[in-house]
Design a binder for this molecule. Structure first.
Ligand code: PMP
Length: 373
């Protein structure tokens, strides 16, 4: 309850205030995610199911204690950029960091999408932030609609004049499907004057990273994060890789001091400590193995015509022909303390729920509850 003594800022005339904002921002829904109250099994955000080992946290905390908290951190995170560049296998000039890849999505759209000679094209359905940021920023876009089974198809791509920007994710969230590397290579070749932003948030769960395409094509920018495979969602570190020329232009727009002491120290340990290598490997191995097991088990369930989409990431998408069944399953699982992501209000996602792959025990509990619903 808010105390009656608390200052209440005066409300403005909304017509006046609204005149400062894009009409598409005023109409857009804010980002919202169900709060996990009473939830014991959290399978809604494609996180790693394991927290970091306690001794590593201690190591990071000890090193943080040595830092001068009254001083700004490195303005452009140069030391961490070097470590990341080494991890990826590129030169540091080809890489830009940010607190989570969400932040870079906004920066890239604002940098490349505003005064395009061509058009912005966004895969649909895909990561919701692509479309929502364009609404917030008033950037018009067309969509590259996936087919009925959520596969990318060249013949569904809108006409692409030179100077266009195409944004897609592979593996794609929330469908788990991907654009095969050979098909992407063909697109990059066919449209040398179109910039492609490939979001590879889940690339380590798949076998076909696009990294080496950067050596062949200059019309490609790759976006990555430590949030998923690296089990570091709370650390907030994302990065983009591209030509040094493009990265240096984007870097002008990157605000200084974006990464704080904690993000940089935790990421440094994550990327260099041998113990963390084993932690990441377990995460990837668990997701691949368990995803196959959960996929097969779900396919075997007689669950009101449910379809399960095969996935290259650490989650699976389920779809029911009747939205009522989708809502019933979502709420039924929630009552069992199991939280999934109800993505069914998104474009092209009617009847769909997304489940992240948890530990083997969590997945067993989820499957048991599904069998009863
Ligand atoms: N891209 C995709 C495809 C995602 O699924 C997510 C997170 N759900 C992000 C980017 C953002 O990741 P973060 O901001 O945690 O780096």
């Amino acid at each position: 309850m808010v105390s009656p003594n608390v200052l209440q800022p005066k409300s403005p005339d909304m017509n006046w205030l609204g005149s400062y904002f894009q009409p598409s921002l005023l109409a857009a829904k804010p980002y919202k995610i169900d709060a996990p109250q009473g939830i014991t099994i959290k399978l809604d955000q494609n996180e790693s199911p394991w927290d970091w080992p306690a001794q590593l946290k201690d190591k990071i905390l000890a090193s943080l204690k040595q830092k001068e908290w009254n001083r700004y951190p490195e303005s452009m995170a140069a030391s961490l950029t070097e470590i990341l560049a080494q991890y990826v296998g590129v030169r540091p000039e080809c890489l830009i960091t940010s607190p989570g890849s969400n932040h870079l999505i906004a920066l890239i759209f604002d940098a490349l999408g505003r005064k395009l000679p061509g058009k912005v094209v966004i895969a649909r359905p895909s990561f919701a932030l692509f479309e929502s940021h364009c609404h917030y920023a008033g950037i018009p876009f067309e969509t590259w609609d996936l087919d009925e089974n959520f596969h990318y198809r060249r013949d569904r791509l809108p006409a692409l004049p030179d100077g266009s920007l195409v944004v897609f994710a592979s593996p794609n969230n929330p469908t788990g499907t991907g654009l095969p590397k050979a098909e992407f290579r063909a697109l990059l070749k066919e449209f040398p004057k179109v910039m492609f932003l490939a979001d590879e948030a889940y690339y380590e769960f798949d076998d076909e990273p696009y990294t080496d395409l950067l050596g062949e094509f200059s019309n490609l920018l790759i976006l990555r994060t430590l949030s998923k495979t690296m089990g570091a969602a709370g650390v907030r570190l994302g990065y983009a890789i591209g030509s040094p020329e493009l990265i240096s232009l984007l870097t002008k727009l990157r605000l200084p001091y974006l990464l704080n002491h904690f993000t940089m120290e935790a990421a440094r340990v994550m990327l260099t400590d041998p113990e963390m290598k084993a932690f990441v490997a377990r995460n990837i191995d668990n997701a691949r193995r368990e995803r196959e097991r959960v996929f097969q088990a779900l396919k075997g369930l007689p669950c009101h015509g449910m379809q399960v989409i095969n996935s290259k990431a650490n989650f699976l998408l389920m779809r029911w022909p009747d939205q009522k069944d989708t809502d019933r399953v979502y709420l039924g699982l929630k009552e069992h303390g199991i939280l999934l992501r109800n993505v069914s209000s998104g474009p092209g996602l009617k009847g769909c729920l997304r489940v992240s792959i948890g530990t083997a025990e969590e997945n067993d509990i989820f499957l048991k509850a599904m069998a009863r619903l």
